[in-house]
Design a protein around this ligand. Structure first.
Ligand code: PMP
Length: 437
């Protein structure tokens, strides 16, 4: 009888549990590489987060909010965004976009930019819709489009050779206008834009954005514009908001992140800015899923923005100071990599830097016919043998294009001076070992 019971239980458990929408997206490189870094790394320049403290004014705002007299700040607030936060975001982004924004309908707060992205795909993409993704891309775009039932269509940034003797720059990675245009059709529902771009650090120029905008208008396509690194732009480059270009406001959702803006990635406060005709559908997803984001963190971020609005463009502004500090850190890592021959691609923005590992191939020989891209094996070998963690660039491409990116790895330079120095020491020692017999 026991045997019979066992068989009938087993039969019941043979029913597939996984929903079809999860097919092909179960593996996640971050889970694997975060674990490898935790186990082996002495210096972790892998996952993108600062190891320096957030600004005092923001920490103080949080502490005051938690310990202050207004105990209602420990309770639910307005579902689509804590009123002080949506009000200040509407004021701040209204100023940047040059239009009046209604805090209640043109702004919505989310659990980090991740959730804002997820909402966009859930709200706009139907089965069979195509979504154009510019490659290399923040990897979750592909799986989120698939989860929504859509089909990602990839268009690569192509590396143009830099002038002799010059370091490569993220600006050398460019879209081919004809190739981009060929991806738009009546099946295209949206394009995902990420400027400044993770992983390359490319800051799209006004001309490049106008090209994208013209195609969106021509084909009636939405733009999901992930601008989480909007303040991290170097060398006097300009961050152009695509929503500010002709014909784009009505078809663009702009996504931001307090995590990147104020160096508090763990707070998970993000937002969307856009026309009510688009945001109303994000509100539908929100009210039927998460409904509400942490009040205390929203209140503290609101106070941070209040300060930044008052200091806008002034030297004391965090949005002025942070990129200055990060530019120095970028230059420091560029120098370390250049000195050992791991050729850096100098980023114009973000806190990431991609480097060419070709000259290090003798240390980690290629395995012909391996399923795993070379850069992935290289990054694993590097963290295990040298204690230095980085992320393989092929992570940021679709399966069919992994080979186009497998000579590169991505470093995060939003790190304390001591961390960058420790990385430099590892690279120098490695170089010495390579050259001495
Ligand atoms: N977009 C990009 C391009 C990112 O790099 C990240 C974080 N790595 C996010 C969105 C997610 O931001 P958040 O931490 O606010 O969810």
């Amino acid at each position: 009888q026991t045997h019979f019971l066992f068989l009938s239980l087993q039969a019941k458990m043979s029913r597939p549990v996984r929903a079809r929408r999860l097919e092909g997206i179960d593996k996640n490189i971050w889970v694997e590489f975060v674990k490898l870094a935790a186990t082996y790394s002495k210096v972790n320049l892998g996952q993108g987060f600062p190891d320096f403290p957030p600004p005092d004014f923001l920490k103080e705002a949080f502490v005051k909010t938690v310990s202050g007299k207004n105990h209602m700040l420990h309770q639910y607030t307005r579902a689509f965004g804590h009123p002080p936060l949506v009000k200040i975001l509407a004021q701040f982004f209204g100023k940047l976009l040059g239009r009046d924004l209604d805090p209640m309908t043109n702004v919505m707060v989310t659990v980090g930019a991740y959730q804002a992205l997820f909402y966009c795909f859930q709200a706009f993409v139907d089965e069979g819709d195509e979504v154009i993704i510019i490659e290399p891309f923040f990897d979750c775009y592909e799986s989120m489009v698939k989860m929504a039932g859509g089909t990602p269509v990839f268009v690569p940034l192509r590396l143009k050779a830099p002038k002799d003797g010059k370091l490569m720059s993220s600006a050398d990675w460019q879209l081919d206008p004809a190739e981009l245009a060929s991806k738009f059709s009546n099946r295209t529902k949206a394009i995902v834009l990420n400027s400044p771009n993770n992983p390359l650090g490319k800051v799209f120029s006004r001309g490049e954005l106008e090209l994208i905008a013209d195609l969106c208008v021509k084909h009636d396509v939405l733009c999901i514009s992930d601008e989480v690194y909007e303040w991290l732009v170097y060398d006097g480059k300009e961050h152009v908001r695509i929503a500010s270009l002709q014909g784009m406001w009505d078809r663009t959702v702009t996504i931001g992140s307090a995590g990147k803006t104020f160096s508090v990635t763990g707070w998970k406060v993000g937002w969307t800015v856009g026309p009510d005709r688009l945001l109303q559908h994000l509100r539908t997803v929100h009210q039927n899923s998460v409904y509400h984001c942490a009040t205390v963190a929203q209140e503290a971020v609101a106070q941070g923005f209040q300060r930044e609005l008052e200091l806008y463009g002034k030297p004391e502004s965090y949005f002025v100071q942070l990129p200055k500090e990060l530019q120095q850190k970028r230059d420091c890592l560029v120098q370390s990599l250049d000195a050992v021959g791991m050729k850096p691609i100098v980023p114009e923005g973000t806190y990431f830097l991609v480097a060419d590992i070709s000259q290090f191939k003798s240390d980690v020989p290629d395995v012909p016919d391996s399923d795993e891209p070379y850069d992935s094996r290289f990054a694993k070998w590097m963290v295990k043998n040298k204690g230095l963690a980085a992320i393989p660039l092929s992570t940021f491409s679709c399966g069919a294009h992994k080979d186009n990116y497998n000579n590169f790895i991505r470093f995060c330079f939003a790190k304390e001076e001591a961390t960058l120095k420790a990385a430099n020491d590892i690279l120098q020692k490695w170089k010495r070992e390579k050259t001495s017999p």
